[in-house]
Write a protein that binds this ligand. Structure first.
Ligand code: ADP
Length: 542
């Protein structure tokens, strides 16, 4: 017997329709590429998204055609999120931090038909347009009078005139909720990038999950600053969840430095901000040097790579801000876990609480997790046993776009490539990425643990731990360190700093001081590049 409920499809267009009707006055504030601050409402987003949909119809785009963006977090990008997916096309957010060769490769692989870009990315578009064989239309996200005369890009349209000519009336189409809505390529840290192809259904279910109180806790009373880029896994789904709840949205545009982010938080009364640790590192340094305090911020969501304990302490103890450590992947839309304390933790002392906060958190409803040993047998949830982390759920990929790399699933589970423990309360902790874990004398050393200790040293700005070949132990850890400006610490002092903080055999064998740690297109440390940089390095005693 089937239930007798209405069978409405879960479609992204319903989010913006809802936001317009119920939160029409809700604000969207953007720092623009033009440098100024732009503000308007959900009603305006809805109107202009319909104009985008009409403009795409005008270009005769078919259902599922890919529309690419090269854009910062901003209101025009948001309109494309709804206008492109809502009208049945697939939004493909290209990552502008990639090399132009990679951008061209990805655009061709995705078979993008239109490319909408912020003017700051004109040099990339100039470099790739001759090679992007499927792109027929280029749209610059600006007013007509901001278009330079000689871009060399044939038929370049200005977004404002393109959508400005369109009717704001549009009936969003209804179709199967399993249809593709957007796509995002993984950073390609190993091999060619592969794309996760999200569906309307997966995006909507993920948006519900992101908004939950024990996830990112969004509501119409919140003001959200997604520093995490809209070109990286849909800014962790925040644009969708914000429309679902009517939260005010604040977009930082291209200005991601500590001062600009801090100023925006203060001027727009941001209550919750989300981003990778490197962003918060910059902002905290700026605040510390200028002795600044927050007046409205309540929480920061930190994910994408492990949040160092020193950062949690700084936010929590120095500024009274709750840190929500979160974990996910491009392949998971991305949210998998968030670290919110349970009642039982609240009475713990701060050291015990910190141990919990450092974990990547509990699985949110919809994400099932398990850890397995080398034979694939499931390991206990005791907080000690560590193994490969596998996940399944309705917003986790079943395969990559075009079947690249064959089926990634193992008995229906997606292997994350992370190594983790899970404790009896269900809190998962990443000990490493499987390719970064250091295998020393048959034991595993977590590079994250080694980095966290170094990062707690007052002279250290950033630290990356990698394994070096060793004749006896197979591999031994070394730590590459960037010193804070004006700060001093010697190799011996830093090694001594580890004493008593970790097992002796987990203390790095050496410290290498570097000017910078290579960061990838999404702000993560690129250990493969660091290994290349240190290819002539000789381990002491090896
Ligand atoms: P890519 O895999 O291409 O680098 P993703 O952004 O999808 O791009 O990265 C997902 C990976 O990032 C995870 O598998 C994990 O290794 C790492 N990661 C994400 N969040 C965290 C976190 N909070 N702590 C530790 N690692 C994290």
């Amino acid at each position: 017997m089937l239930g007798l409920m209405q069978n409405h499809q879960l479609l992204i267009s319903t989010l913006i329709e809802f936001a317009e009707r119920h939160h029409g006055e809700g604000e969207i504030v953007s720092r623009r590429v033009e440098g100024d601050i732009h503000r308007y409402t959900y009603k305006d987003v809805a109107t202009r998204s319909r104009q985008v949909a009409n403009a795409l119809d005008g270009l005769k785009l078919q259902f599922s055609d890919r529309v690419a963006t090269l854009a910062w977090n901003g209101y025009r990008h948001l309109e494309l999120y709804f206008g492109v997916s809502g009208s049945g096309r697939v939004l493909h957010t290209l990552n502008p931090r990639l090399h132009p060769d990679q951008v061209a490769w990805i655009a061709n692989h995705a078979e993008d038909t239109v490319l909408c870009f912020d003017m700051s990315f004109l040099p990339i578009v100039k470099a790739v347009h001759g090679r992007c064989t499927t792109i027929k239309h280029y749209v610059a996200l600006c007013d007509a009078d901001k278009l330079p005369a000689d871009t060399g890009i044939p038929g370049l349209l200005s977004y404002e005139s393109w959508i400005g000519e369109q009717s704001s009336k549009y009936q969003w189409p209804s179709f199967d909720e399993n249809s593709a809505s957007s796509m995002c390529y993984t950073s390609g840290t190993t091999g060619n990038p592969k794309a996760a192809l999200y569906s309307h259904r997966s995006t909507m279910l993920h948006a519900f999950a992101v908004a939950l109180p024990d996830s990112l806790s969004l509501s119409a009373r919140e003001c959200i600053l997604p520093v995490v880029p809209m070109f990286h896994v849909n800014a962790w789904g925040l644009p969708y969840s914000a429309a679902m709840t009517g939260a005010k949205l604040v977009f930082p545009g291209p200005a991601m430095d500590g001062k600009s982010i801090f100023d925006l938080i203060e001027s727009e009364k941001v209550s919750c901000a989300a981003g990778v640790p490197t962003i918060w590192q910059m902002m905290l340094s700026y605040m510390q040097s200028n002795k600044l305090r927050f007046s409205t911020l309540k929480r920061t969501v930190i994910g994408g790579s492990a949040c160092p304990p020193a950062m949690i302490t700084a936010f929590n103890d120095d500024y009274g801000i709750e840190v929500i450590h979160a974990w996910g992947m491009t392949e998971m839309s991305p949210l998998g876990t968030s670290c919110i304390l349970k009642n039982k933790h609240l009475s713990m002392n701060s050291e015990e609480k910190m141990k919990v906060r450092l974990k990547q958190g509990r699985g949110i409803f919809g994400v099932d997790m398990k850890i397995v040993d080398g034979k694939g047998d499931e390991l206990p949830w005791d907080g000690k046993a560590y193994g490969d982390l596998l996940v399944k759920g309705p917003w986790i990929i079943s395969e990559y776009f075009k079947g690249e790399g064959g089926s990634p699933l193992v008995d229906g589970w997606f292997p994350t490539g992370d190594v983790a423990t899970i404790d009896a309360d269900g809190y998962m902790q990443i000990t490493d990425r499987s390719k970064d874990v250091i295998k020393s004398g048959g034991e595993w050393i977590s590079s994250i643990d080694v980095e966290n200790i170094a990062m707690a040293h007052p002279a250290v700005a950033m630290a990356a731990c990698i394994g070096m070949k060793h004749p006896k132990w197979d591999e031994r850890p070394i730590i590459a360190v960037v010193k804070k400006p004006g700060a001093e610490v010697s190799r011996e002092e830093l090694i001594a700093f580890y004493e008593g903080k970790t097992a002796k055999w987990q203390i790095p064998d050496d410290v290498v001081f570097v000017d910078a740690i290579p960061l990838g297109a999404t702000g993560k440390m690129q250990k493969s590049k660091l290994r290349d940089l240190l290819k002539d390095y000789k381990l002491p005693g090896a």
